[in-house]
Design a protein around this ligand. Sequence first.
Ligand SMILES: O=C(O)CCC(=O)C(=O)O
Length: 264
Amino acid sequence: MDKFLVKKPSLGRSKGKLLGTAEETCGHPDCVGEESRGERKRPQPENAGTDGSLPHSPWQHIQAEGLSCDYRILFGRAEADEILQQLEKEVEYFEGDLTKVQVFGKWHIIPRKQVTYGDAELTYTYSGVTFSPKPWIPILLQIRDRVTLATGHAFNFVLINRYKDGRDHMGEHRDDERELVPQSPIASVSFGACRDFFFRHGASRGKNATRHIEPVKLQLAHGSLLMMNYPTNLYWYHSLPTRKKVLAPRINLTFRKVMASVKR
Ligand SMILES: O=C(O)CCC(=O)C(=O)O
């Protein structure tokens, strides 16, 4: 998964599709701009009107060739602040060898903190490391259940990444691990600093690019949910680039559907 991008993508703001207008550190639920507000309203399973605790934030559908995502604010500002504080207190990140990934045979320390939680029997392997999830804790179940209520999808595993500031980042990769249930969506929930998030089509990457397809650029706000639906991760790579002006931390949780056993 983590390709530990050595070469930074040169995605200027003038290029590609910028689906948001806020400053990098806005941290405000409304930081996605008008451009990204699609007409279509996709995932709808929650009972609008029957659960007063859900903010009425519309879904925005984001579409490009082979890319299908849905974005909305899931937690209002006050609740997102509380959850962030709780996550900061209760999530315990991996240490030692589990903070490293293997890229082209060489081990690197990842530029962020990371941990997985989930159902007991599951494992997840990427970049040469197999992760066993820690058992669910109440705050993670609370977030997971809210995602399920909003989308109708049940998840059994979560990867948590903590970026202490804008120097921490994640390189370009696809979430295409063989443990994932085929064609299942990935639900990405963010708390803390608003960060840029880029998608780049596989055919448009690097020197050997065979096509020119505009990258898709989002900003993931405090309390937001991004659904990456099939086939997005088949064709598109995503990354969270460094942003030196961002001083605040951010925690991202990607909820996944992992198969109980995969023979290696
Ligand atoms: O922090 C983010 O938004 C990116 C997380 C991500 O790319 C992943 O978990 O695969």
